[in-house]
Ligand binder design. Structure first.
Ligand code: ADP
Ligand code: 5GP
Length: 208
């Protein structure tokens, strides 16, 4: 039967471990599709174009906005980030669960456009530990670190209004298991099951 995939939005302050937890989640579940975002920021060492992000110039990104190719986009720490529209819709209709790793403005927009989306916010065990992780990752300049910490505090204030679930990333595996549990539940939600329900009702009508 034709079942629609779950749109799973994952957010959290910079350095909380989103990428690490998502990677563990992908090891556990083979029905997932990762939506590769476009960005104007510079690649970090080890990041591959088309795998982690599609890296674009500001001009290219702004053209994609104009032509409506972005489902949502936002500016974060001085760069554009956005979700390409076409792959998300295609994969959901094929029954794949689509994972977006996006910040809070984007999550808000996705919820507005697609209210059935499931929004998960990852919390650090403490602010101390968040700082330790972001500094320890060793990818940001002093100035970029400051910007990211500031944004994290704003996000943390706004998150309770927007997100459906909150998960503390104490241990990567525990956090990934909790997201997997949420996903299992959401696969049975009314919106995920609507096609299945419709088909069963049609069958019942034909028999009546
Ligand atoms: P984000 O994608 O949220 O910016 P990353 O996945 O890049 O964060 O993780 C930031 C840093 O924290 C990385 O060095 C990663 O190895 C580390 N990290 C992630 N999760 C944990 C955890 N549960 N415990 C300790 N370190 C972690
Ligand atoms: P980073 O530079 O650390 O990879 O990402 C910075 C922030 O941008 C993170 O909070 C990440 O979730 C967010 N982000 C990544 N891709 C997108 C996207 O397509 N749209 C939005 N709105 N945010 C994104």
């Amino acid at each position: 039967m034709n079942k629609r995939g779950v749109l799973l939005v994952i957010s959290g302050p910079s350095g909380v471990g989103k990428g690490t937890v998502i990677s563990k989640l992908f090891d556990m579940d083979d029905n997932l599709y990762f939506s590769v975002s476009a960005t104007t920021r510079q690649p970090r060492p080890g990041e591959v174009n088309g795998v982690h992000y599609t890296f674009k110039t500001k001009e290219e990104f702004e053209k994609d906005i104009e032509t409506g190719e972005m489902l949502e986009y936002a500016q974060f720490s001085g760069n554009y980030y956005g979700t390409p529209r076409s792959a998300v819709e295609k994969k959901l209709s094929q029954g794949k669960d689509v994972v977006l790793d996006i910040e809070i403005q984007g999550a808000r927009n996705v919820k507005r456009l697609m209210p059935e989306a499931v929004l998960v916010y990852i919390l650090p065990p403490s602010i101390e530990e968040l700082k330790r992780r972001l500094i320890g990752r060793n990818t940001e300049t002093e100035e970029a670190l400051e910007k990211r910490f500031k944004t994290a505090y704003t996000e943390l204030h706004e998150a309770p209004e927007i997100y459906d679930y909150f998960i503390v990333n104490d241990m990567v595996e525990n956090a990934a298991i909790k997201i997997e549990d949420i996903l299992e539940g959401e696969r049975c939600s009314k919106s995920a099951m609507q096609e299945v329900l419709k088909q069963i009702l049609e069958e019942a009508e034909n028999l009546a």
